[in-house]
Design a protein around this ligand. Structure first.
Ligand SMILES: *[C@@H]1O[C@H](CO)[C@@H](O)[C@H](O)[C@H]1NC(C)=O
Ligand SMILES: *[C@@H]1O[C@H](CO)[C@@H](O)[C@H](O)[C@H]1NC(C)=O
Ligand SMILES: *[C@@H]1O[C@H](CO)[C@@H](O)[C@H](O)[C@H]1NC(C)=O
Ligand SMILES: *[C@@H]1O[C@H](CO)[C@@H](O)[C@H](O)[C@H]1NC(C)=O
Length: 330
C-alpha cells in the first residue's frame, strides 16, 4: 500500500517535468513520444502532449486501482469473466497504397477499463493511447468510437517508410500485445518472363503484362514496339490484345507469325503506372536477327523478299537491314 501512495504522490511532479521544456528529464512516455522522425518539438506540440499525458495518467491510476483490487481479492478475480482478448480475425495485417490512407484495426473483446495503445515497433514510438494521439506526425490518428471494440490507428498519406510492424497493446498487467504488419506498396508494371526473349521466326510472340497495386484499374494500356504504338488493325495482321481489368490488370499481346522486323523493344504502358519492357529477338535459323531501330515496318516486307534476303545473307554475307534499305532506296 505504501508503494501505491508513493506512485500517486510522484505523478504530479512527473506531469510537471513532461509539461515543461526540460528535455533531459525523460520518463518512459516522453522517450516513446518525443523522439523519432517527424517529432517536431515546438511549444504547440508540447502542450498537446501534456494534455494527453494527463488523461493517460488518469487512466493508469484507475487501472492501477483496478489491478490492486484484483490482486487483493483473488476470490473476486475467479468469478470475473475472462478477458480482455484480441479478435485476430478483425486485427489482421494491412496492405495499403502509397499516398492513400491506411487503417490498422485492433479489436479487443471484454476490454473493461483497460486502454489500447499503438506503438511503432521499429523505433518503439508511442503513437496513440486510448483516443489520444501522442506523435507529432500529424498523419497518425487514433480512431475509436466509444462503446466500440475497435481501436484503430489511421495513417493519412501512407508512405513506403511507414511499412513494418505495429503493436496494439492493452494495458493489462503485464500488457497484452498484438502485432500487425503494415505493407505500403507502390503501383508497378511487369512483363512476365525474362527481360529478353528469343522467338523462332514464324512462331508467336506472346507477352503478358501485369499492372500491380493501382488504386483503380488503368483506364487504358498501350503496347509499343520500338516506341511506336502497336495498332491492332494494321496491315501487319495477326496482332491481338486481350486486357482484363481488375485489382490486378493483365494485358496479353499476341503477335502471330513473328518476322525479323518484329525484333526489338516491346513495352507496355498503363495509363496510371510506369511502363515495362522486354527485348524480343527473332531467331532466323540459328542466329538472332539484327536489332531493328529503323523507321520502316515489317508489314511492307513480303515473304519472298525475306527468302531472297536470307539467301543473299548466306551467299554475300550482307545483313538483312542493309538489303532492305537498298530495296527501299531503289
Ligand atoms: C502478418 O505478417 C507477418 C509478417 O509478414 C506474418 O508473420 C504473419 O503471419 C501475418 N499474419 C497474418 C494473420 O497473416
Ligand atoms: C471501471 O471502473 C469503474 C470505476 O472507475 C467501475 O465502477 C467499473 O465497475 C469498472 N468496470 C469494469 C468493467 O471493470
Ligand atoms: C499466351 O500466354 C498466356 C500466359 O502465359 C497464356 O494464358 C495464353 O494461353 C497464351 N496464348 C497463346 C495463344 O499461346
Ligand atoms: C524499351 O522501351 C521502354 C519504353 O519506351 C524504355 O523505357 C526502355 O528503356 C527500352 N529498353 C531498352 C533496352 O532500350
Amino acid at each position: 500500500m505504501i508503494f501505491w501512495i508513493f506512485v500517486f504522490t510522484i505523478h504530479p511532479a512527473w506531469l510537471y517535468t513532461i509539461g515543461s521544456e526540460d528535455e533531459s528529464s525523460s520518463s518512459s512516455i516522453e522517450d516513446a513520444s518525443g523522439t523519432g522522425p517527424g517529432a517536431g518539438g515546438g511549444s504547440r506540440w508540447q502542450r498537446r502532449e501534456a494534455v494527453t499525458v494527463v488523461d493517460s495518467l488518469q487512466d493508469q491510476q484507475q487501472q492501477q486501482q483496478a489491478d490492486q483490487q484484483h490482486r487483493s481479492l483473488p476470490s473476486f478475480v475467479d468469478v470475473l469473466p475472462p478477458g480482455p482478448f484480441f479478435d485476430l480475425e478483425r486485427s489482421g495485417n494491412v496492405t495499403a497504397l502509397v499516398g492513400r490512407p491506411a487503417k490498422l484495426n485492433c479489436r479487443v473483446n471484454k476490454i473493461g477499463n483497460r486502454t489500447v495503445s499503438w506503438l511503432r515497433h521499429r523505433d518503439t514510438h508511442l503513437l496513440t493511447v486510448g483516443r489520444y494521439t501522442y506523435t507529432s506526425d500529424q498523419r497518425f490518428r487514433a480512431l475509436h468510437t466509444p462503446g466500440s471494440e475497435d481501436w484503430a490507428l489511421t495513417v493519412d498519406f501512407a508512405q513506403v517508410r511507414d511499412s513494418g510492424l505495429y503493436e496494439c497493446q492493452v494495458s493489462t498487467t503485464p500488457p497484452m500485445r498484438h502485432y500487425i504488419t503494415l505493407n505500403v506498396v507502390e503501383p508497378y508494371t511487369e512483363i512476365l518472363g525474362l527481360p529478353e526473349l528469343y522467338i523462332n521466326r514464324g512462331s508467336s510472340i506472346n507477352l503478358t503484362c501485369v499492372v500491380h497495386y493501382t488504386p483503380e484499374p488503368p483506364t487504358y494500356v498501350i503496347w509499343k514496339h520500338n516506341d511506336k504504338v502497336i495498332s491492332y488493325d494494321s496491315e501487319r495482321g495477326g496482332v491481338s490484345v486481350e486486357t482484363v481489368k481488375g485489382p490486378q490488370t493483365t494485358t496479353n499481346l499476341l503477335v502471330r507469325r513473328a518476322m525479323e522486323h518484329d525484333t526489338g523493344n516491346f513495352s507496355c504502358h498503363p495509363s496510371s503506372a510506369s511502363p515495362a519492357s522486354v527485348i524480343v529477338h527473332i531467331l532466323n535459323g540459328e542466329h538472332p536477327a539484327a536489332m531493328q531501330h529503323g523507321g520502316h515496318s515489317a508489314y511492307e516486307v513480303s515473304w519472298l523478299l525475306l527468302l531472297v534476303a536470307v539467301t543473299f545473307q548466306t551467299v554475300l554475307s550482307i545483313s538483312i537491314p542493309e538489303l532492305m534499305l537498298t530495296h527501299e532506296n531503289t
